[in-house]
Design a protein around this ligand. Structure first.
Ligand code: FPP
Ligand code: MG
Length: 480
């Protein structure tokens, strides 16, 4: 019997979660997407096993990056890493890195390929260069600044969680083609994503994630927010140590993009006016805001939306779709696309390949979030891990309701008031069914899936490319 690690089993499950709609045009799109897969069958039964070694070290390597001197902070910041997530972002980075390694080295010399193995570094574990002003080497574990500066107020403590070397890579890892910096990239991407989830659960007032109480519930809002900030801080140090200005710029921008996307979601649509969310404190202490002293103006800022321009329905709907897609890019596709681009930059590949990898991540990310928006309508709480129609209940107008609104202009009022009136959610749900909002949304996702598969065809044929094709298809057809 083949023995698989928990991680391999999880990857297999992810790959097998094939969800076929009864809608014929969606089926056609899925079939077309499947045909695009290279006819060469992968030589392995589990396509993701090609990076299972790296994936099995992911959690441990991240744990090395986020250790602090504060036990409670350690508990909160490692909380989401303890539960099994999909880890789809690092998986994409690692398999793509492997696929890129199939490009002959002569065609990958845009930058000197930095394949320094951390195990070859002179100073590793046990010999911290405390106080040393020397310029660090090239390893992803080397600090740029002297450690006494990084340690701040108590330089006597020899504690440098950031300088723990990555786990020893077996010699075969060099043959595997994934560079140490690409492995670190995969870890950074998961850290940024996890930080955003800690913050997102506070904003969405969530009570659960990955089958457990969410961070805000388990530890309070304040600790969840701080732990998210801490993860971002540690991710930023790791980003700096990649020592590649282009990659630093890309990854820093993803952090800004996530926040921009979340802001766009707060405001929701071009129709919505201002957020009347109030200040909700679920930390249990029910603290009231202090009464204004009158010394400074206390009026809250209005969103910049003033009077809505009266435009025709079609223009309004089109603007709302553009808004939705832009928000979706910033919230989900930016991290995937820019990390794919970063993996390509680190591989030394030429500009056209870099651009192609970016487009692949963008199309896959858009497909991923649009499918998520469908699942929000169709999945039961037990299978999807959150209450169904959570988006409508949060006042969010995603693609299914926008398609319905296109055909029934009266839904515009419900969207603008964020489905707040009694019965609004039910009316919206019925309209989505009546106007085939879900089917049209699935077709939209399938188009991005096809584009992502087309992007992959620009890479040399390999097992890694086949694995990415399978992963792309399973993003479209997943049921959770
Ligand atoms: C999940 O969305 C949330 C995101 C993809 C991004 C959230 C971004 C922020 C909160 C901005 C702050 C960013 C950083 C880096 C600290 P969802 O609510 O649709 O999905 P869910 O059901 O998994 O909660
Ligand atoms: Mg959320």
């Amino acid at each position: 019997m083949i023995k698989r690690t928990v991680y391999q089993r999880q990857l297999l499950r992810f790959g097998r979660l094939l969800y076929y709609s009864t809608n014929s045009s969606f089926k056609t799109a899925v079939e077309a997407a499947e045909k695009l897969i290279t006819p060469t069958q992968p030589k392995f039964s589990d396509p993701f096993s090609i990076v299972s070694h790296e994936m099995s070290h992911l959690a441990k390597s991240i744990a090395n990056l986020i250790g602090s001197g504060h036990p409670t902070l350690n508990r909160v910041s490692s909380y989401y890493f303890e539960a099994e997530g999909k880890n789809v972002r690092p998986l994409i980075v690692l398999i793509l890195s492997k696929a890129l390694s199939k490009i002959p080295v002569e065609q990958r010399q845009r930058i000197p390929i930095d394949d320094i193995d951390v195990t070859e570094q002179e100073h590793i574990k046990g010999t911290p260069r405390l106080g040393s002003e020397s310029i660090a080497g090239n390893s992803v574990d080397d600090s740029l600044s002297p450690l006494r500066i990084l340690h701040g107020i108590n330089p006597r403590i020899i504690l440098d969680p950031l300088s723990k070397p990555m786990d020893q890579l077996p010699k075969m890892d060099k043959l595997n083609g994934i560079l140490p910096k690409q492995r670190r990239l995969a870890e950074i991407v998961e850290m940024i994503h996890t930080a955003s989830l800690l913050h997102d659960d506070v904003i969405d007032l969530s009570d659960s994630r990955r089958g457990r109480p969410s961070g805000n519930i388990a530890f309070t809002n304040k600790m969840a927010v701080l732990a998210g900030d801490f993860l971002l801080g540690r991710a930023s140090v790791a980003i700096a140590r990649l020592r590649n200005p282009e990659v630093i710029e890309l990854l820093s921008t993803t952090i800004a993009n996530l926040v921009e996307g979340e802001f766009m979601q707060l405001k929701n649509t071009v129709l919505s006016n201002r957020e009347d969310d109030g200040i909700i404190n679920n930390d249990g202490d029910r603290k009231k805001m202090p009464d204004p002293t009158g010394k400074v103006p206390t009026r809250r800022h209005e969103y910049s939306v003033t009077e809505q321009e009266i435009v025709d329905h079609e223009t309004n709907v089109q603007a709302s779709f553009e808004y939705y897609l832009h928000k979706t890019y910033l919230k989900t596709a930016s991290l995937m696309s820019k990390s794919c681009r970063a993996a390509a930059v680190l591989s030394g590949a030429q500009d056209d390949i870099i651009e192609n990898c970016y487009q692949f991540g963008r199309n896959l990310g858009l497909c991923f979030q649009i499918v998520d928006d469908v699942l929000d309508y169709t999945s039961s709480e037990s299978s999807f891990g959150k209450p169904s129609q959570a988006d409508l209940k949060l006042g969010l107008a995603t693609a299914p309701i926008l398609f319905a609104w296109k055909q029934d202009p009266a839904l515009g009022d419900l969207i603008a008031r964020k489905f707040k009136e009694p019965g609004d959610v039910e009316i919206a749900r019925e309209a989505v069914d009546k106007y085939q909002g879900l089917e049209q949304t699935r077709e939209m996702a399938a188009r991005y899936c096809l584009d992502a598969l087309e992007n992959l065809r620009q890479l040399p044929e390999s097992d890694a490319r086949s694995a990415l094709e399978l992963l792309t298809n399973s993003v479209l057809t997943r049921s959770k």
